[in-house]
Ligand binder design. Structure first.
Ligand SMILES: Cc1ncc(COP(=O)(O)O)c(C=O)c1O
Length: 457
C-alpha cells in the first residue's frame, strides 16, 4: 500500500495530535528523530512507511528475540483464542499451567512459583510485593527498604520509577521520591564510582551493599533489586565475583535478592537467564520482553519454593497481586510458541556465538580507535562507549549533541539502535546469522568513522 508524501505527513500529524510519545519532546520527534511509522517486519529487519528498510539493531526495545514475521506465534494465539480467549485469574487455564511449568524448568533451580502480569514494570512491582509479604509473614514487618543501583532501570510505573536510577531530570517531576529506596553503585568498571580498578578494587561496589545494610539497621531491609547485566547502565557487565558476593550479603542479613531479568532473560546474554553466568539463584526473578518476543504482552515474577511457602502461609490470604490479564491464555500461548522457537532454533546458543563474534569483531576494528573508549557486553547485549578523549575518558561536551548525532548516523547507515548518552547499544534479535553480524560490524565501522570525521577527529 503505497502512500504519497502528503498522506504520510498527515499520519505524522495525527500521531502528534493524538499520541503521547515516550520521553522526548514532540519537537524532538519532529526535528531530530523524524518520527518513523513502521509498517512491516521480516526477520531482523523492519520497513517504514516511506519504504526504507533498517536492521532492527535493538530488537525493538530488546525484546524481539525471535525476530519479526513469525506467523506460528500468531497462529498459536489465534488457536487459543478460538478455544478460550480469556479466563479470570482465579481460575487456572491450560496454557498458563504449561507455561508456569516450563518457566520452572528453564529458570535456575529452586525458582518454582510464578505470578503472571503484563509488563516488566509490573513484574518488578510484583517482586517487591512478594518480598514485602514474605517478610511480614515471616515475622519481620519492619523490613521495608529496597536497595537499588544507580543507573539501573526497573520500569515506568510510579514505584518502579523510584527504583530507577536513570532519567534523573525527569524524576524531579514526581517528587517526593519513595523514602524506602536506598541507592548504591552499579558495577560499571569503565567508570568506577570509586575510581578503582578491578580486581584490586576488592569489589567495593558489592561491599557497599553490606555497608549500607549495616549503617541503616539490617532488619529494615527487604530486598536488593538489580538488573543482572544493566542495559540502562551502558551494558555494565559485572565482574565474576559481583553477583555471588551480593548473594552472600543478602543471605547474611536475611535480605531477599531480586534479579531483574526483564531484558537479560530468554537468551539475551547467551544463557537462558543472565544470573546463570555466575551460578546465582535469586529469591525472586522478574521476566518480560523476550518471553513472547513482543508478539503479545506477558510478564511475571518467579519465586523460590521457600519464599512462596511463606507468602502462602496465611490461612486466608495468598499473594496480594491480581492484575486482570495475568496468566491470560492468549499471552501464555504466545509465550509457549515463542519459547518453542528459541529452543528449536537454539537461539540461546546463537546469542552466545554471534554475540561473541560481534564483540570480537568490534574490538578488532575499534580497540585502538581514538573516539572509542570501551567495547563490552555479553551475548547479544553489547555496547560501544564513545569518548572525546580516550586517555581521560572525557565525554563530548554538551554542545556537540553527541547522542543526537550518533542516533542520526546509525539511522542513516540503516540500523535502528539506541544510544544512551555516548554509548551505542547493540541488542539485535537472537536469530541473527553470521552474515547479519558482519553487516552490523560494517555498519558500525561507517557510523564510528563517520562520527569521527564529522567531529574533525
Ligand atoms: C531491566 C528492566 N526492568 C523493567 C523494565 C520495565 O519493563 P516494561 O517496559 O515492560 O514495563 C525494563 C524496560 O525496559 C527493563 O529494562
Amino acid at each position: 500500500m503505497e502512500k504519497d508524501a502528503n498522506e504520510i505527513e498527515k499520519l505524522r500529524e495525527k500521531v502528534f495530535k493524538h499520541i503521547f510519545l515516550p520521553m522526548r519532546s514532540v519537537k524532538w520527534y519532529q526535528e531530530v528523530g523524524r518520527l518513523k511509522i513502521l509498517v512491516k517486519g521480516e526477520g531482523i529487519r523492519v520497513t517504514d512507511i516511506e519504504g526504507n528498510t533498517y536492521i532492527d539493531g535493538a530488537a525493538a526495545w530488546q525484546y524481539g528475540a525471535v525476530g519479526h514475521g513469525r506467523t506460528e506465534i500468531g497462529d498459536a494465539i489465534k488457536k487459543q483464542m478460538e478455544v478460550l480467549a480469556f479466563a479470570a485469574p482465579e481460575y487456572a487455564n491450560l496454557r498458563e499451567i504449561e507455561l508456569a511449568e516450563k518457566l520452572a524448568e528453564l529458570t535456575p533451580g529452586g525458582l518454582t512459583k510464578v505470578s503472571f502480569c503484563n509488563s516488566g514494570s509490573e513484574s518488578v512491582e510484583t517482586a517487591m510485593k512478594i518480598a514485602k509479604q514474605y517478610h511480614v509473614l515471616n515475622g519481620q514487618p519492619r523490613r521495608h527498604k529496597i536497595i537499588t543501583r544507580r543507573g539501573s532501570y526497573h520500569g515506568a510505573t510510579w514505584a518502579t520509577m523510584n527504583l530507577t536510577g536513570v532519567y534523573r531530570n525527569a524524576l524531579s517531576f514526581f517528587e517526593p521520591a519513595m523514602p524506602q529506596v536506598v541507592r548504591v553503585s552499579n558495577p560499571y568498571c569503565y567508570r568506577c564510582d570509586f575510581k578503582l580498578t578491578y580486581p584490586s578494587c576488592d569489589l567495593l561496589c558489592a561491599q557497599e551493599i553490606e555497608k549500607v545494610i549495616l549503617a541503616e539497621d539490617p532488619e529494615t531491609f527487604s530486598a536488593v533489586v538489580g538488573d543482572t547485566v544493566s542495559h540502562s547502565n551502558y551494558v555494565a557487565v559485572p565482574p565474576p565475583e559481583y553477583w555471588p558476593m551480593v548473594r552472600t550479603i543478602c543471605d547474611k542479613y536475611g535480605v531477599l535478592l531480586i534479579n531483574d531479568e526483564v531484558i537479560c532473560g530468554f537468551g539475551r546474554t547467551g544463557k537462558w537467564f543472565a544470573c546463570s553466568h555466575w551460578d546465582v539463584v535469586p529469591d525472586i526473578m522478574t521476566f518480560a520482553k523476550g518471553i513472547t518476543s513482543g508478539y503479545i504482552p506477558c510478564a511475571g515474577a518467579i519465586a523460590t519454593t521457600k519464599v512462596a511457602k511463606v507468602v502462602e502461609s496465611s490461612e486466608e490470604l495468598g499473594l496480594i497481586n491480581f492484575p486482570t490479564w495475568g496468566g491470560n491464555p492468549n499471552s501464555c500461548a504466545g509465550a509457549l510458541a515463542n519459547i518453542a522457537i528459541i529452543e528449536r532454533e537454539k537461539l540461546v546458543g546463537n546469542s552466545a556465538t554471534q554475540g561473541n563474534y560481534m564483540l570480537e569483531g568490534l574490538k578488532d576494528r575499534f580497540s585502538n580507535y581514538p573516539i572509542v573508549g570501551d567495547i563490552r557486553g555479553i551475548g547479544l547485549l553489547l555496547g560501544v562507549e564513545m569518548v572525546a578523549d580516550k586517555k581521560t575518558k572525557a565525554l563530548f561536551p554538551p554542545e556537540v549533541k553527541f547522542p543526537f548525532r550518533a542516533f542520526a548516523k546509525l539511522e542513516s547507515e540503516g540500523i535502528l539502535a539506541r544510544d544512551f548518552e555516548s554509548t551505542i547499544l547493540l541488542t539485535p534479535p537472537l536469530c541473527i546469522t553470521k552474515s547479519d553480524t558482519d553487516e552490523i560490524i560494517n555498519i558500525m565501522d561507517r557510523v564510528v568513522t563517520g562520527l569521527a570525521k564529522d567531529l574533525g577527529i
